[in-house]
Design a protein around this ligand. Structure first.
Ligand code: HEM
Length: 259
């Protein structure tokens, strides 16, 4: 990792960003030279500010670029299939008619976005918690609890009410958007041993849950093995979190690797 003159390293951008991008990019077959631009587009989507025209035009540009990029990527896999997931889906579409073209493109896009966003901020939040508490050895003992507390995605994917719904004393009118707070459900004192909803449940259970676990288990303990003296370079209260409607993650994670 590259240290600045003052000896600090931004762990978020130097470790938490590149590892998931490489793993998910390779699984999907998204060339590494597009990762930076994809991440910029993903950031424009998740930091969209409804009160800013500039943010709206950045979002529109990002969505157009992403749609074009994934459409041409899928086309190129059709012409020259590789040993990757997108090529496999192209085959499933052509041979077994299992996916529509739109489904294929949006699945590829959604998985890459999750790789560029979710695991990145999960690792960043876990590191921030361990470094702030100054007890990195806690990781193995408290893995499940720390993972849940570091969950960067408070909400499940949007749902829409198909009929008027009554929940408690609240009416949700037909057509309204519903955001289910999985973080709220996991933090509920009445949870009573129910398994975590961090990765959802049922038919829409997160497709990336296993790979996320693998990345976290590869990245988190390894930092403390390689750099046993690693510590935050600023007080915990000065860590800045990104303004995002969708995810809870850091802007940067400045650390000192050595003394
Ligand atoms: C690391 C943190 C991650 C968390 C906390 C997370 C969490 C979730 C949650 C809560 C859902 C929605 C479940 C629902 O609405 O019912 C979901 C869906 C999904 N996730 Fe993840 N995810 C993570 C990483 C990933 C990664 C790395 C990938 C891809 C490589 C991925 C791919 C997906 C896909 C494709 C869906 C939609 C599944 C469907 O609708 O059938 N996720 N995830």
């Amino acid at each position: 990792m590259d240290e600045t003159v003052s000896g600090t390293v931004d762990l978020l951008n130097q470790l938490c960003v590149p590892v998931p991008a490489l793993v998910i990019g390779e699984l999907l077959g998204v060339p590494a030279d597009r990762h930076d631009a994809l991440r910029d587009a993903a950031t424009a989507m998740v930091t969209f500010d409804t009160t800013s025209k500039e943010s709206a035009s950045r979002l529109a540009e990002a969505v157009e670029w992403l749609a074009g990029t994934f459409t041409s990527l899928v086309r190129s896999k059709r012409d020259e299939p590789g040993d990757d997931l997108i090529s496999g889906w192209v085959w499933a579409r052509a041979d077994a008619d299992l996916l529509s073209e739109d489904e294929l493109i949006s699945l590829a896009f959604l998985m890459m976005l999750a790789g560029l966003e979710n695991v990145v901020h999960l690792c960043g939040n876990i590191f921030a918690a361990l470094l702030a508490a100054d007890v990195p050895d806690d990781w193995m003992a408290r893995r499940g609890e720390l993972m849940e507390a570091a969950n960067p995605l408070p909400f499940a994917i949007r749902r829409f009410a198909v009929s008027d719904l009554m929940i408690g004393d609240q009416i949700i009118p037909k057509g309204d958007t519903v955001l289910l707070s999985v973080f709220g459900a996991d933090s509920d004192p009445a949870r009573n041993g129910r398994p975590s909803l961090m990765f959802g449940r049922g038919p829409h259970y997160c497709l990336g849950a296993q790979v996320s676990d693998l990345i976290v288990d590869a990245v988190v303990p390894e930092l403390f093995v390689r750099y046993p003296r690693v510590r935050l370079a600023v007080p915990e209260s000065e860590l800045e979190y990104r303004a995002s409607w969708r995810s809870h993650g850091l802007e940067a994670l400045p650390v000192r690797l050595r003394d």
